[in-house]
Design a protein around this ligand. Structure first.
Ligand SMILES: Nc1nc2c(c(=O)[nH]1)N[C@H]1C(S)=C(S)[C@@H](COP(=O)(O)O)O[C@H]1N2
Ligand SMILES: [Mo]
Length: 230
């Protein structure tokens, strides 16, 4: 299948799901969680609870735009630019030499599956931001994948300590289909906010919508508020 045809099908399927959810949401009263900032194991108090409308999966589905770019480590680069004092261009070695963080968190996909207790290792976005020094007026980031995916995140959310650029899952290199060599994760937001195959993080002084956000997905994307579409 041609890539543009695949992309068209992915978008069509997602828009259908969006329409179905919007119908359902109109028929039910607001079902916001009583602890809307909850996320991950600590906030679940060890209970297998998930945000409203989510179903636990033990498998790990793959979602992409029909393209899974191949990025050899020798060619891999991470660019951090935009509204920062010190733009960065990191090679694989530079990236791996940064402080490494291990964390276990949950993964909530807007297509209604959640995978709990995922163990990750990588670099905190907060630590990268500390090197790049966002300007005083920076408010958001726009993340770019090697597949030309984009997604925007507010700085408040992006700098939470569980937002990582991960290269390792359960002790093994992150598989290519899940965004390896490096992807971002946003455990407190729906998972589309975490770009797979991450290549560039642009700091912005005003919000700019990403791929799904332009197509009606929520700007903020809080799973614990059922905040799926705008
Ligand atoms: N670069 C890129 N990142 C992406 C996507 C994508 O298509 N391209 N899909 C997003 C969506 S909608 C989800 S739910 C997760 C899926 O990650 P997974 O395939 O590892 O489960 O990645 C997000 N990040
Ligand atoms: Mo998703």
């Amino acid at each position: 299948m041609e890539e543009s045809e695949k992309l068209k099908r992915v978008v069509e399927a997602r828009m259908k799901l969006k329409a179905r959810f919007e119908d359902k949401m109109q028929q039910t009263p607001s079902v916001a969680d009583s602890r809307p900032m909850g996320s991950g194991n600590p906030n679940r108090h060890g209970m297998p609870v998930v945000p409203v409308g989510q179903i636990i999966t033990h498998k790990w589905p793959v979602l992409d735009l029909g393209i899974e770019p191949d990025v050899p480590l020798e060619e891999w680069k991470l660019i951090i630019d935009g509204a920062v004092e010190h733009p960065l261009e990191l090679s694989w070695e530079d990236f791996m030499a940064l402080p490494q963080t291990e964390d276990t968190s949950d993964f909530h996909c807007v297509t209604t599956w959640s995978k709990l207790n995922m163990n990750w290792k990588g670099v905190r976005l907060l630590d990268l931001a500390a090197l790049a020094q966002p300007r005083e007026n920076a408010t958001h980031i726009l993340c770019y994948g090697y597949d030309d995916y984009t997604t925007n995140v507010s700085l408040e959310e992006a700098l939470k300590p569980d937002v990582l650029l991960v290269h390792t899952y359960e002790g093994l290199p992150l598989p290519k289909e899940h965004g390896g060599p490096v992807r971002m994760i946003t455990p407190q937001l729906y998972a589309w906010k975490g770009s797979k195959w991450i290549h560039r993080i642009e700091f912005l002084t005003q919000n700019k919508l990403g791929f799904w956000e332009e197509r009606g997905y929520s700007n903020t994307a809080y799973p614990w508020r059922n905040d799926r579409y705008s």
